[in-house]
Design a protein around this ligand. Structure first.
Ligand SMILES: *Cc1c(COP(=O)(O)O)cnc(C)c1O
Length: 452
């Protein structure tokens, strides 16, 4: 009974995604049009119909198309590990489990949705996709997915990352994508920015605007998004459904679930299938802890308010925890956690006190990541390193109280492209950015005036 990893067979890849909207017991606030502020759907020329259907659906389970499951078989089901060596290193009575999503070809959870989105677009006769990427995790997941469904992909990659982090660009190119530094001369918005400032380093907001400007006017092109929206969170629930089964096989049920939140997709995918048990009344004491960076603390420090999804105000307005769409966080290494807002589903659950959140500084996060890597071997990406620090804190509380709690977390990706961050940590040059209170206050002045 001393298993280290709990494995499922390919037959046990979920056949359906789990839709939390069936069990919330309340309606999510509407999405609003970025210009008219009227209730809206995801702009149809940009998104496949199936994404829009899922976005607003109340069906509890939504079938996973067979060709999508077939691609999932390349790396799913993913393993669940019991972290026995790390438990010993932490000297904690807690039982720690982690679900490892770093074994997918692009190295993170992101292909769980990328593959679905590429499949749906292909089915509607679309020939190419356009998207943005920061450090390249989303771009590489979508490049992989487009290659498998024979779609072209154009990726607008934030210029500073394009120049500083070439390896994920090369990964995207290996999977056949065209990658350009953003701002680029390929779109009107890019041209305009370059005319004023040829050395503009780019931002995710600019890159989103370019990808949307690329896809909008073209009948053969969809836009694709890697996090935040309900349908993307839905696609990620394969993680939690597998995890539930694996913990059951291990004879455990979690007391505490932990994950990192950037836009909220990997952790939602992990915890939502468990949260159903809490909402149903069966597991009232289940704790869910979201870990975010102190440099971009949307949930712990932001207001719950309507805001645009992107800096350029081309994306719909959502009710969410936000630091303001003009907020630009410090350049922490966890690029995936630098989004100003948060998934509406996570936001609504946090607002109602159903889930918790903590904000963490970089150095303690990397200290925890190194302790994990030295015990378990896997090198975590900087994003899930935040979850790992939150797990350490809970495990050490158990040590104080002697409680044998079951803690499970989602290890959303490996850190093989992030060794520069570890290098800075070892050299003592990794910065703990102060809480950016003044910058947040400024950015929050730019929120839309909704409802008077
Ligand atoms: C993108 C990314 C994240 C953050 O995005 P979520 O939507 O919050 O999951 C976290 N971990 C990894 C490895 C990522 O690539």
């Amino acid at each position: 009974m001393k298993e280290t990893k709990i494995l499922l067979s390919e037959k046990e890849i979920p056949t359906q995604w789990y839709n939390i909207q069936a069990d919330l017991g309340f309606d999510l606030p509407p999405l609003l049009h970025p210009v008219t502020l009227e209730p809206t759907i995801l702009p149809p020329p940009l998104f496949p119909r199936a994404m829009n259907d899922a976005e607003f659906s109340k069906e509890r389970y939504i079938d996973i198309p067979e060709p999508v499951r077939d691609v999932y078989k390349l790396w799913r089901p993913t393993p669940m590990y019991r972290a026995r060596r790390w438990e010993k290193a932490l000297d904690t009575p807690a039982k720690i489990y982690y679900k490892y999503e770093g074994g997918s070809p692009p190295g993170s959870h992101k292909p769980n949705t990328a593959v679905a989105q590429a499949f749906y677009s292909k089915g509607e006769g679309i020939k190419r996709l356009a998207t943005e990427t920061g450090a390249g995790q989303w771009g590489s997941a979508l490049a992989f997915a487009c290659q498998l469904f024979d779609l072209e992909l154009k990726v607008y990659m934030v210029k500073i990352s394009y120049n500083q982090k070439p390896y994920r660009r090369i990964l995207m190119e290996t999977w056949g994508a065209e990658v350009v530094p953003s701002p680029s001369p390929d779109t009107p918005v890019g041209q305009q920015i370059l005319a004023q400032d040829p050395d503009n380093p780019g931002s995710l907001g600019i890159a989103i605007s370019e990808a949307v400007a690329d896809a909008g006017p073209r009948d053969d092109t969809h836009y694709s998004i890697g996090s935040v929206i309900n349908s993307v969170l839905l696609h990620q629930t394969v993680i939690g459904q597998e995890a539930k089964k694996q913990l059951e096989m291990a004879g455990d049920y979690p007391d505490i679930l932990v994950g990192c939140i950037g836009g909220g997709s990997n952790f939602s995918g992990f915890f939502l299938p468990f949260l159903k048990d809490k909402l149903d009344g069966g597991k009232p004491d289940l704790r869910v802890i979201c870990a975010e960076p102190m440099a971009c603390p949307s949930v712990t420090k932001g207001p719950y308010a309507f805001d645009w999804g992107d800096t350029a105000k081309v994306a719909p307005i959502a009710m969410m925890y936000t630091l303001g769409h003009t907020f630009i966080p410090a350049p922490i290494h966890a690029g995936g956690l630098r989004y100003h807002g948060m998934a509406p589903i996570i936001s609504a659950l946090y607002d109602r006190g159903i889930i918790e959140a903590v904000a963490l500084h970089q150095n303690p996060v990397f200290e925890a990541a190194v302790s994990f890597a030295r015990a378990e071997g896997f090198i975590p990406a900087p994003e899930p390193a935040h979850a790992i620090k939150a797990v350490v804190d809970e495990a050490l509380k158990c040590k104080e109280t002697g409680e044998e709690k079951v803690i499970a977390f989602n290890l959303s990706g490996h850190g093989h492209f992030d060794m520069g961050a570890y290098d800075e940590f070892f050299a003592g040059t990794l910065q703990d950015y102060e809480y950016p209170g003044e910058k947040i206050k400024e950015a929050l002045k730019e929120l839309p005036k909704v409802g008077g």
